[in-house]
Design a protein around this ligand. Structure first.
Ligand code: ADP
Ligand code: ZN
Length: 738
C-alpha cells in the first residue's frame, strides 16, 4: 500500500513535496490527480506526480482535499512535461502549467448543467378538462409538452410554448412536469451544420503517402514521416484519409495547424469529413467554458480528433494513433514566452512517448526537418505534382530598379503588375496582393533634419495608420498623434517614408477605381467575424482584389484567383537573422501557391530590388531542392542549425546598467564552467535594443549536445541571484533573434 503522494504545487517556487494520503482518500489518489495540499499556512493546488512508499521527510502533512479523482494528467503528458522542463530549461511546474489549461488546473469551472423538462405522469382526459378550466394557461403548456412527447430544454419549452418561467414552475410544483439536470456541452460550433464530404479517389502519389502513414499507425512506429508536398498537391486529403483509417483502427488523432491557418475553412474540412461530435477544436478564441468542455470531451474519449494550434500538442487525446503537424516549418509553432517550446518538436517527442505515428507536412519543410529526413532520422515522402496535374503558377520577377529608372520614382505597383491586374479584372478573375507589413507608412521622417518618429518605449520607428490617423508601435502598441511639423527642427516638411498594406490598398483603388478592393490584416480584422465575412465575399466573387499580410499567405484555396502580386519581396530578406533567406523562400512559395488552384493557370509577379537573391530565384523556379542545397551549405559553413543547437540567454531591465551588469555576470559564470564543444559569444545588446520599455541584452551559445548545455545553464543561473527588476530567461533553439 502506497500511503504517500508526491506532488508538484502550482506556485513558481515549487519543489516536489510529499504528503500522506488520509484514509478517506485511500485508493482515490492516482498519479495525475489534482489535490489541495497545505504549504505553510495556506492550502494550494497541486498535481500528484508519483505515489511512494517512503516519504522524503519524516511525518509529512496530509493531503487536504481531492479536486479530481480521475487523473487529469496522464502518464505520457506528465512525461512530456518532464521532458520539456529539462530540454527547455524551465521548472516542471511551469511545464505542467503549459500542459494543463488554466480552466482545468484550477477546476473552478464545472460542466454546464441544463434543466430538461419532461411530462411526469399520464393524465386522464377528464381530469385534464377539469384542470383546463381551472388553469387554462398551464393546461395549454402541458398539452404542448404531451404532444411533443420528448424531453425539452426548459428554455426551449418556454419559447416554443410561448409561456413563462412561472407557468412551467407551477406545472412542476403540481408534479405534472418533471425537471432533471443534464450535462450540456458548450459547443462552439453548435449552431452550424456541416454537409458531409466524401473522400477523393487518391492519385498515385497520395496513395503511396497514405500507405506509408497507415503502415506506421498499425506498427505504432513513431519514426516521423516528412511529407514534402508542393502547394496544391492534396496534402490535406492525405491527412483526412489517414485519420479516417486511424479512427477505424480504434485510435484517435491529433492535428496541429499554425494559428494563422486555423480558419473556418480548415475546421470545416474536418467537421465535414467526420462526425462533428468526434472533433474537438482548440484555439485561443474559445471561452473558458468551451475550452473546459472540449478538453473533457477529449479526456473522456468522446471526441477522438483534436485540431488546434501550438498548445494543442498537449491535448488530452486518448489512445493516440496519429499526430499530424501541418505546415511544420511555421515559426508560429514556437512559443515566444517561457516556457519557449516548439510544438512540432514536442509533437515528435510525444509520438515517442505515446508510441504513435507522426506525420509532418509542408510545401517548404524547415531545414531542420529536411536534414533529419536526408540523414534518415525521418522518412521522406514527396508529392511532386498538383492534383489533376494542375500547373504550378508561372513566377515572374519584376526588377524594381529598372522601374525606378523608367518612372524616376519607386512605384508601389509596377506597370507590369498593373497590366496583369487589368487583364484579370477584364476576365472577372481575382487577384491577391501581398505585402508583409501593415499600416500606411513605415515611418514619419523629417526631410530637413532626418528626425524619425520613434516609439518612446522601443528602439523602432512608429508606423503611420491612415484609417485611425495615428502613429502606432507594432511592438508595444504605443499610440501617438502624427506631428504636423518636425518635433525637432519644426520644419513642416515631415514626410511619410515606406509603405504598408493600407497604402497598397489605397494605391490599388486609385489605379482601378471601379474594382472592389478589400484589405485583410491584423488592423482590419479586429472585429470577430470580419475574417470570415471578407473570405466569404472573396469566395463568391464580390471582391476583385484582396490586399493582405501573411494572413492571406497560407492555406487559402480560391479557384478563381489567377494572379498573385508580391509588392515587396525584399522585406525580411535583410534582417539580421540567419533564417532570413529561408523565411523569404517559404513565404514566396506559400504566397505563390495561392494562385492557379482552379482550372485556370496562375501567374505570380514578384517585385524586388534584389531580383537575383537566391531565395527569390529558387522560389521563382519552384526549386526547393536547389534552395535547400545552397542554404544547408551556408548553415554548415557558418555553424548554424541544423548543424548545431543554439541557446540564447535574454536579460532585460528598465535600467540599462543593471541589465548590462547582470548579463556580464552571467557571461562570466558560464565562461568559468564552459565545457568543450560549446561556443560562448560575448554579451551584446539585442538588435532591437529597447522593447516595451526594457533594455535588452543577449548571450548566444552554440553546441552539438543541447540537453547537456541546457542542464548546465539552468544550474548556473539557478545559483545566481539577480536584482528584482532584472529578468533573465533562456531560449533553447531560439527563432526570435531580434
Ligand atoms: P495542399 O494542402 O497540398 O496545398 P490541398 O489539400 O489544399 O493541397 O488540395 C488542393 C485541392 O485539391 C483541394 O481543393 C482538394 O479538395 C483537392 N484534392 C485533393 N486531393 C484530390 C484528389 N485526389 N482528387 C481531386 N481533388 C483533390
Ligand atoms: Zn513600442
Amino acid at each position: 500500500m502506497q500511503l504517500y503522494a508526491r506532488v508538484i504545487t502550482d506556485d513558481p517556487t515549487a519543489k516536489e513535496l510529499d504528503y500522506s494520503i488520509p484514509e478517506s482518500f485511500t485508493g482515490k489518489v492516482h498519479v495525475g490527480s489534482r489535490v489541495k495540499v497545505p504549504v505553510r499556512s495556506r492550502e494550494i493546488l497541486a498535481t500528484v506526480v508519483a505515489l511512494v512508499d517512503t516519504p522524503s521527510v519524516p511525518a509529512p502533512k496530509c493531503v487536504a482535499a481531492l479536486i479530481s479523482e480521475s487523473p487529469i494528467l496522464n502518464k505520457s503528458l506528465l512525461a512530456l512535461a518532464r521532458w520539456m522542463a529539462e530540454y527547455y530549461c524551465c521548472s516542471v511546474e511551469a511545464a505542467i502549467r503549459s500542459v494543463l489549461p488554466q480552466v482545468i488546473r484550477k477546476a473552478e469551472l464545472g460542466f454546464k448543467r441544463e434543466r430538461i423538462v419532461s411530462v411526469n405522469n399520464a393524465i386522464a382526459e377528464e381530469e385534464f378538462k377539469k384542470f383546463a378550466t381551472k388553469a387554462p394557461r398551464q393546461a395549454e403548456v402541458l398539452r404542448f409538452a404531451i404532444e411533443v412527447a420528448e424531453p425539452l430544454r426548459w428554455r426551449e419549452l418556454q419559447l416554443r410554448a410561448a409561456t413563462t418561467d412561472r407557468t412551467i414552475q407551477h406545472l412542476v410544483d403540481r408534479g405534472l412536469l418533471r425537471v432533471e439536470l443534464e450535462t450540456a456541452d458548450r459547443d462552439p460550433y453548435a449552431n452550424e451544420r456541416f454537409v458531409q464530404s466524401t473522400a477523393f479517389e487518391l492519385n498515385s502519389g497520395q496513395k503511396q503517402a497514405l500507405e506509408i502513414v497507415v503502415e506506421s499507425i498499425k506498427a505504432k512506429d513513431s519514426r516521423p514521416i516528412l511529407l514534402h508536398g508542393i502547394t496544391g498537391s492534396g496534402k490535406t486529403e492525405v491527412y483526412l484519409q489517414a485519420i479516417d483509417l486511424c479512427l477505424r483502427q480504434g485510435f484517435s488523432a491529433l492535428v496541429l495547424v499554425p494559428e494563422i491557418s486555423l480558419t473556418p475553412q480548415t475546421v470545416e474540412h474536418f467537421k465535414m469529413r467526420f462526425q462533428s461530435e468526434l472533433i474537438a477544436v482548440l484555439h485561443s478564441h474559445l471561452s473558458a467554458g468551451e475550452r473546459h468542455d472540449e478538453w473533457h470531451k477529449l479526456n473522456s474519449g468522446r471526441a477522438r480528433v483534436a485540431i488546434g494550434a501550438r498548445s494543442a500538442v498537449f491535448a488530452p487525446v486518448q489512445r493516440l494513433g496519429l499526430i499530424v503537424v501541418d505546415e511544420e516549418h511555421e515559426t508560429s509553432y514556437k512559443q515566444e514566452e517561457a516556457p519557449r517550446y516548439h510544438a512540432r518538436d514536442l509533437a515528435v517527442v510525444r509520438a515517442q512517448l505515446d508510441q504513435c505515428a507522426i506525420l509532418l507536412g509542408s510545401a517548404t519543410p524547415s531545414l531542420e526537418s529536411y536534414q533529419n529526413a536526408k540523414n534518415g532520422k525521418y522518412r521522406l515522402v514527396h508529392l511532386a505534382s498538383r492534383v489533376d496535374d494542375r500547373q504550378l503558377p508561372l513566377i515572374r520577377v519584376v526588377d524594381m530598379r529598372q522601374e525606378y529608372l523608367k518612372q524616376k520614382h519607386l512605384p508601389l505597383i509596377s506597370t507590369t503588375l498593373a497590366n496583369a491586374i487589368e487583364t484579370r479584372l477584364a476576365k472577372k478573375e481575382q487577384t491577391i496582393l501581398f505585402l508583409n507589413r501593415r499600416g500606411f507608412a513605415t515611418s514619419l521622417v523629417c526631410n530637413q533634419c532626418g528626425y524619425v518618429c520613434e516609439c518612446p518605449n522601443c528602439s523602432v520607428a512608429l508606423t503611420f495608420h491612415l484609417g485611425e490617423n495615428r502613429l502606432k508601435c507594432h511592438l508595444c502598441g504605443h499610440i501617438a498623434l502624427a506631428p504636423r511639423k518636425c518635433p525637432k527642427c519644426s520644419d513642416p516638411s515631415i514626410r511619410f517614408a515606406g509603405y504598408g498594406t493600407e497604402k497598397v490598398e489605397g494605391a490599388t483603388q486609385k489605379i482601378f477605381p471601379s474594382a472592389t478592393v478589400a484589405r485583410m490584416d491584423a488592423d482590419s480584422m479586429t472585429r470577430k467575424d470580419a475574417y470570415r465575412q471578407i473570405l466569404q465575399a472573396f469566395r463568391i466573387g464580390k471582391i476583385d482584389i484582396l490586399v493582405g499580410t501573411q494572413m492571406i499567405a497560407k492555406g487559402l484555396d480560391f479557384p478563381n484567383v489567377t494572379l498573385v502580386g508580391i509588392i515587396n519581396a525584399d522585406i525580411g530578406l535583410h534582417m539580421p537573422d540567419f533564417r532570413a533567406g529561408e523565411r523569404t523562400f517559404q513565404l514566396l512559395t506559400q504566397v505563390a501557391g495561392r494562385a492557379g488552384r482552379g482550372d485556370m493557370a496562375g501567374e505570380v509577379y514578384v517585385q524586388s530590388s534584389t531580383p537575383f537573391s537566391p531565395s527569390i530565384q529558387f522560389a521563382r523556379h519552384h526549386n526547393f531542392e536547389g534552395f535547400w542545397e545552397q542554404e544547408i551549405e551556408f548553415r554548415e559553413r557558418c555553424e548554424y542549425p541544423p548543424f548545431v543547437h543554439l541557446l540564447m540567454v535574454h536579460i532585460r531591465s528598465e535600467h540599462q546598467r543593471r541589465a548590462q551588469f547582470t548579463a556580464e555576470t552571467i557571461h562570466r559564470r558560464i565562461n568559468d564552467q564552459l565545457e568543450a564543444g560549446v561556443t560562448l559569444h560575448p554579451v551584446v545588446p539585442a538588435p532591437i535594443e529597447r522593447s516595451k520599455g526594457y533594455y535588452r541584452y543577449q548571450i548566444l551559445l552554440r553546441t552539438k549536445s543541447i540537453r547537456r548545455l541546457s542542464k548546465n545553464i539552468r544550474s548556473t543561473i539557478e545559483k545566481l541571484t539577480f536584482p528584482d527588476d532584472v529578468h533573465v530567461s533562456v531560449d533553447v533553439d531560439p527563432y526570435q533573434l531580434l
